[in-house]
Design a protein around this ligand. Structure first.
Ligand code: B1N
Length: 691
């Protein structure tokens, strides 16, 4: 990648900046101190761990910005087809360690910090989580961003900048209580606010027909306009300069909507109303897999979709004037149905603003969208009440009706007047509450539809979307989920990372995960096995210390740690787990004392949040605590069984198991989702079936 401009001015700028920031120990120390002094505004002779973390983060951010500029410049020149990933949720977690590892300067930073009297690991602990998502789907988005950056894709991620991430869980007397996660409290060093990248997003109002050069044209006169402001988060690839952007939108009051429009003469109220705009992006909905049809959620979805589409079209128009080229330059990936209003929005822009004509616009839309489904059951699919959509986005409702009308007409030609099938496939669901089936809309428009594991993808074809599969078999694909080894081994388990690199004799596996199979050759080597056990033991000690610090429960290092950490859901069967623990307790109690020495001691660890309104899940949490209370205080059973509940059949894929497996766990699993493929991958000789 080159800076490239040959103008004299650019040359001079380049010389003035003295090239790129340097990564030797002295330069890093200077940068950190400079940020302590001028960014954090603390004396460089007196600053604490948190201030050191802030300065460190800003010095890393500088390096990310350099790469991000280069990346944009490079792709602007090359003008390749860009992939735009639209997701309502991203679980990025912490960025510091991940960034310095991907930049390849972790050791240099550690060295620089130790010279300043700080420890990298300690400062890294100062960072909070960016928890802008619920669980698997949101973390998958984050892992995909890391992979796209690493594989040099010209990609962008788009989403919403929630001010409150997923609620914090507090346990009082065994019950879950929710507390707000105002994660931006101490500032966010990773993001850049782009005050000039803003777009108006319209809501409510009416649609009027106008005459434009003899042609009928629809004009949407909004009742409310909110400004979307871009916040850019750099995502560095590993071992490459490619640094892509996760662009998150925040709501700001719009100046377009003149204060007079409130027409009240009441200045105070007018200002208070403006302030409401910020509410759009304020809070993440904490319910996953249950769908409620709330207006604010729909507003959030349209808000981020509309801003993203405006941004994408602006970028396209900078280099192109003919929309025929749009599908060669733009690919839009819909992460579940949450961003699927993008389809109606693209149609609205192409037809009403760019005046392309319906057929041409539809032809373009059908070439640019692809759709990932994460749901397993029909009840999990989003349905938007027609009345709600019609009031919030009147023009979009018209467009969706038009798409559906044309689709159903076409369908009649293909399948005849099979009214049952026609009504099943229609984008509009008739019934007590007439609603829009967002998944049907997304399938009709997308060129590709994928499930997230083999069994899930087959299920979509055989059950959930059978009618669509029979119509368009070529659209349906499987893209089994994965997780990035950069986060889930390199960042989270440095000693295992060192072991793997040592035995493979290379770090290439950090880029290409398939190379891990090279370890097979040494699997039987007693030296490797011993080193591996040692890594696990040390990690186990760290976990035991953490458990004691968090809950006061002392656990034995000789026990087997039996962990289930994920959202609390009936289908995930935490209840089965806890019943199993009660049974084990019962067996130990009823056992002859002499027999007890044969029992493998266990520490059972259950962790996860319940959606605030999910009563049964909350009761499961209380049950776990009640059982733990009983078992952990029974001196008769001692270390043979301990239960720690962390406060922190229907699975489409499941990704948690991958994270544990790549760190050397034994997996006790149901034969669903990705487990089936995990068995294929590890081989039958590593499987105990039917225990
Ligand atoms: O997506 C993950 C899968 O590994 C899991 O099996 C699957 O359950 C999960 C509405 C969801 N499905 N649906 C959601 C999340 C948020 C929301 O508001 C639905 N999450 C999944 C990744 O493919």
């Amino acid at each position: 990648m080159s800076l490239g401009s040959d103008s004299a001015k650019a040359e001079r700028m380049f010389r003035l900046m003295d090239g790129f920031l340097k990564n030797d120990s002295i330069s890093l120390q200077q940068d950190i101190l400079r940020h302590v002094e001028y960014t954090v505004a603390r004396s460089r002779f007196n600053f604490d761990d948190f201030e050191a973390y802030q300065a460190l983060a800003h010095s890393v951010r500088d390096r990310l910005i350099e790469r991000s500029h280069d990346t944009q410049l490079y792709f602007k020149r090359k003008d390749p087809k860009r992939v735009y990933f639209l997701s309502f949720e991203y679980l990025m977690g912490r960025s510091l360690s991940n960034s310095v590892i991907n930049l390849g300067i972790r050791d240099q930073y550690a060295d620089a910090l130790s010279q300043l009297g700080f420890e990298f690991e300690v400062l890294a602990e100062q960072e909070g989580d960016a928890a802008l998502g619920n669980g698997g789907l949101a973390r998958l988005s984050a892992c995909q961003m890391d992979s796209m950056a690493t594989l040099d894709y010209p990609a962008w991620g788009y989403g919403l900048r929630y001010e409150y991430g997923l609620f914090r869980q507090v346990i009082l007397d065994g019950f879950q209580h929710e507390q707000p996660d105002f994660w931006l409290n101490f500032g966010n060093p990773w993001e850049t606010e782009r005050v000039h990248v803003t777009y108006p997003v319209k809501f409510y109002g009416v649609v009027e027909e106008e005459n434009l050069n003899g042609e009928k044209c629809n004009v949407w006169i909004p009742g409310e306009v909110v400004e979307a402001v871009a916040y850019d988060n750099p995502i560095p690839g590993y071992g490459t300069r490619n640094t892509i952007t996760l662009r998150l939108w925040a709501g700001k009051p719009s100046d377009q909507h003149d204060m007079e429009a409130y027409n009240t003469g009441d200045y105070i109220n007018a200002v208070v109303c403006r302030q409401k705009a910020e509410n759009i992006s304020s809070v993440l909905y904490p319910d996953d897999r249950s769908f409620q049809g709330k207006e604010l959620r729909l507003k959030q979805q349209y808000f981020f979709v509309s801003a993203s589409i405006q941004d994408i079209i602006r970028r396209f128009k900078e280099a192109h004037s003919n929309f025929d080229e749009f599908p060669e330059k733009v690919a839009l990936q819909l992460n579940d149905t949450h961003p699927s209003l993008a389809i109606a929005e693209v149609m609205r822009v192409l037809v009403d603003k760019e005046h392309l004509g319906w057929n041409k616009a539809w032809d373009i839309a059908c070439k640019i969208f692809s759709f990932t489904i994460h749901a397993v059951i029909a009840e999990g699919l989003e349905k938007i009440p027609v009345d709600l959509l019609g009031s919030l986005l009147p023009r979009h409702l018209q467009i969706i009706y038009e798409i559906n009308f044309k689709f159903v007409e076409e369908l009649k030609k293909r399948i005849g007047l099979d009214y049952n099938r026609l009504s099943r496939m229609s984008i509009i669901e008739e019934g007590a509450v007439k609603s829009i089936r967002m998944a049907n809309l997304a399938i009709v428009c997308s060129h590709t539809v994928n499930g997230v594991s083999k069994v899930h993808s087959e299920l979509l074809k055989a059950k959930l979307f059978k009618d669509f599969y029979e119509l368009w078999p070529q659209k349906f694909q499987c893209k089994t989920n994965g997780v990035t080894q950069r986060r889930w081994i390199v960042v989270s388990n440095p000693s295992l990372c060192a072991l793997i690199s040592k035995w493979l004799g290379t770090e290439a596996w950090i880029r290409d995960v398939d190379l891990l199979t090279g370890l097979r050759a040494y699997a039987a080597d007693p030296d490797l096995q011993q080193e591996w056990m040692m890594v696990k033991k040390v990690n186990k000690m760290r976990l035991a210390e953490y458990i004691e610090a968090m809950s006061g429960v002392k656990v034995s290092l000789d026990a087997m740690f039996d962990v289930q950490t994920k959202r609390i859901h009936e289908y995930k069967r935490q209840l089965l787990n806890i019943l199993g623990i009660i049974h084990r307790y019962d067996c130990i109690k009823n056992m002859e004392k002499s027999q007890r020495s044969k029992v493998v001691p266990r520490v059972c660890i259950i962790g996860g949040k319940a959606a605030p309104g999910y009563e049964i899940a909350k009761k499961i949490i209380k049950l776990c605590h009640a059982v733990a209370e009983k078992i952990n205080n029974d001196t008769d059973v001692g270390d043979l069984l301990k239960l720690h509940i962390s406060t922190a059949g229907h699975e489409a894929s499941g990704t948690g198991s991958m994270k544990f497996l790549m760190n050397g766990c034994l997996l006790l699993a149901t034969e669903d989702g990705s487990t089936v493929e995990i068995v294929e991958e590890i081989g039958a000789d590593n499987l105990i079936d039917d225990v």
